[in-house]
Design a protein around this ligand. Sequence first.
Ligand code: HEC
Ligand code: HEC
Length: 450
Amino acid sequence: MNRSGTRSLFRMVLRFCLAVVGVGALAVAAPADDGRDGPNQQERGGPGQQREHDLLLSGQQVFRFDTFGDEAFWGDTLRLHQAIEGSRFGGVGAGVSPRTALAVGLKVDVDALPGALQRALRAGQVNLDDPAVTLTLLKLNAVVGLTGSFRSGLALQSIGIQCALCHSTVDNSLAPGIGHRLDGWANRDLNVGAIVSLAPDLSAVAGLLGVDQGAVRKVLAAWGPGKFDAELFLDGKGFRPDGKTAATLIPPAFGLAGVNLHTWTGWGSIPYWNAFVATLEMHGKGSFSDSRLSDPSQFPIAARAGFDNVRSEPDLVSSKLPALHRYQLALAAPRPPHGSFNEAAAERGGRVFNNARCNSCHVPPTFSEPGWNLHPAGELGVDAFQADRSPAKGYRTAPLRGLWTHMKGGFYHDGRFPTLLDVVNHYDPLLGLHLSAQEKSDLVEYLKSL
Ligand code: HEC
Ligand code: HEC
């Protein structure tokens, strides 16, 4: 779209917003200052630095806005957009109100909203029960990680998802769920299962897994907030032997520079996993190779579907991997806010961390091992179910920086330990530590300080 086309679309959307919120004439809002937490502040120097800056910016763009063509799956196949728009706009059912969207953990980027709409939201003048408002937010590209393409007016053509859906949240500066983007933060409010379940047609997923749609919906309903199952499409395991969901927590995507293996179970490097996720999970049009997935005993679904070697024409993923990788490496773990932990206790806790030899695995500054950072389940005193779903057959030493950003959902890959004290209580007998209550609470303060 050319510039004047973009401008008139913007004006049209703004006019619509004003109509929706019932606000009078207003000056057009200035475009939002993007990337406040991103690489915009990077110093610019010679041509090398300019190139580096451009690479970071394009990586940020991919992370936030690129669907890799996955609309073909989420829209054309699952028809998720029809459930979002509802029958009033040509879809099915009642549509998704902003209240429902926020309740399932979707986030709204305040910087994408015109000033008038921001003021109306602040004043409580926006009808949060009207699906038309959700569609307006989508049209403004303000829903984090979810992008609609429109047929005409507010009628959706399709919908796609982005990395930011799961790996970004917002700072709630305007209201709960509405604020500035925080890239790399795990969205532990996001109920991916509930969102996917909205889709009127899950026959493609059911077909892939070789079950009926009812069984798929049962699996999705069990995920709950903050969880997703990246292995479901490979091994078809919806539940663990103990009957609980097989999904894992969404991890942060920051603080990963210098860490060797990625994911809870060490599937591979960041670019490996990015290609995997974009192609096999988001169902973007990408290319992906991993001969480990051709093993029908471990990965019956993947082996049958040929996921060990996928080629798309055109390939909308591969060319973006370098910039995406560069951006992820630039996402440092955020420092905990002042006053969020007891400093004196944290200092004592740091000594407990070292004396207890937590640092034999969690080695600063990454707090994972330099080198091979994978451990068999037995060494950690936990079951091997999730480890055995990965070709690496182990658990990766979780990097500990920024723990304070994901206190919701619990700790370890499946959130089995609700609090950091529960984690410490797990290690105490496992490592034969005999920590006093004081030492345990000091250690927790230290973990909160990372
Ligand atoms: C639907 C939610 C969802 C989306 C979308 C998503 N991820 Fe993830 N991501 C997860 C989950 C869940 C895991 C953990 C998987 C596991 O360990 O089995 C994960 C793991 C990761 C990791 C490993 C983190 C670590 O600690 O090693 C990286 C890196 C990552 N994702 C990047 C991305 C990128 C880049 C995209 C977009 C191309 C993306 N993710 C899209 C849910 C998502
Ligand atoms: C043998 C290596 C090893 C040692 C020793 C170790 N850890 Fe861990 N730690 C791990 C692994 C591996 C995981 C990831 C477990 C999982 O994914 O289920 C982990 C996870 C964690 C987590 C949860 C992180 C998250 O994002 O959920 C915390 C907190 C933690 N460890 C703290 C400690 C403390 C405190 C000690 C010392 C008392 C310690 N660890 C000792 C390997 C180790």
